[in-house]
Design a protein around this ligand. Sequence first.
Ligand code: SIB
Ligand code: ZN
Length: 427
Amino acid sequence: MTLLVTGGRILRPDHTVERADVRIDTDGDIDAIGDLERTERDQPLDAEGGLVTPGFVNAHGHAAMTLLRGYADDKPLDAWLQEDIWPTEAELGPEDIAAGARLAAVEMIRSGTTAFADMYFHVPELVDVIDEAGLRARVGHGVVTVGKDEAAAEADVQEALDIAAEYDGAADGRVRTAVMPHATHTVDTDSLERLVAGAQERGVPLHFHFNETESYLDPDGTGERPGAYADRLDLLGDSAWAAHGVHLTDEEIDRLADTGTAVVHCPASNMKLASGLAPVERLREAGVTVALGTDGAASNNDLDMFGEMRDAAMVGKLAADDASAVPASAVVEMATQAGADALGLPGGKIAEGEPADLAVVDLSGAHLTPEHDLVSHLAYAARGSDVRHTVCDGKVLLRDGELLTLDPATAKREAEERAREAVERAS
Ligand SMILES: N[C@@H](CCSC[C@H]1O[C@@H](n2cnc3c(=O)[nH]cnc32)[C@H](O)[C@@H]1O)C(=O)O
Ligand SMILES: [Zn+2]
């Protein structure tokens, strides 16, 4: 059967809105857009009164950190990681990661996210959840070598490279991989070099936290800026994407632009951890692809890309001291097309031949009335709870607010139990 998204208005790649139906073929690709007559082969999906948008792309996060939501708040990054997060993560086993990731998948699908990037551990269990949930993702094993002996560091590097090779193309091709050193200052130079070489050999991209706080700014203790250091080690490049990019010199912005490295802005995480104001407007002006990410649920504290769009627009104006900076259309672009570009995944736009990764946003709420400008509504007024349907790779994951691939009650119960037990073990 083909799927026919009927009666809605669609957000075009140029951000115009038009009345149109969308037909999705059995391969999961968008086949036709326009005034389409329903045939007996079409299974209908009612978009009347809704806006059909590209599925949102959450370009940086740690899905299973949903288990640590609200566990440690109101602290700066280093203390938060070292005192609270890392000791508890040390207690998380594969089944915990599966439970946390399943909860994240429920939250993402319900709020219209169809693709995400994930840096964490126990990646095989995450991949199973992505397969079951029907989502699309770019995943990797996060490598940290500081505080580890040589053998443990070596094992972490090897695991990241093995995972990147083994799972690329999993879940019918919806899962792609990357090599993911945690950051330039938490992985030693030798290991970084091995990871870069391994990524190049395997033909997969690199992803890492970059210039998030002041403590990132002298990665190898020589005074060399992380931009120059990362460039020298070949971490930067047009398939790489860097999270945060808060503290950037003009020279580093030029380097990101020249190398084609994308940056994922994580406004809520940056505000919550008081990491600083990312120069989003300057990055965009320099021609850097800027995507949008929630980061983990412990520093956000949700995975709703609508909240992220609104935060990015608001804080982007404050950072630039200019109300016209980071406008509505820019954050919608960041949350869709730029995210797909940064991750090197298909989707991010509603166009013939593209895979059908989309969300239908219900416009009937009082907070979405009147309809002067639907791009403005997406950026400033809509919420994840306004999402009526979510479709990924042509498969309906959420229909009329009901999850079809996962059971939310079970996911919540399991995450609740496993989170409580992990925290008990850690204390
Ligand atoms: N294998 C590593 C785990 C790295 S996964 C990626 C890590 O990033 C951490 N993380 C989450 N959010 C942030 C952030 O904003 N900045 C830096 N690290 C973060 C997260 O808690 C997780 O420990 C180890 O041995 O510890
Ligand atoms: Zn992160």
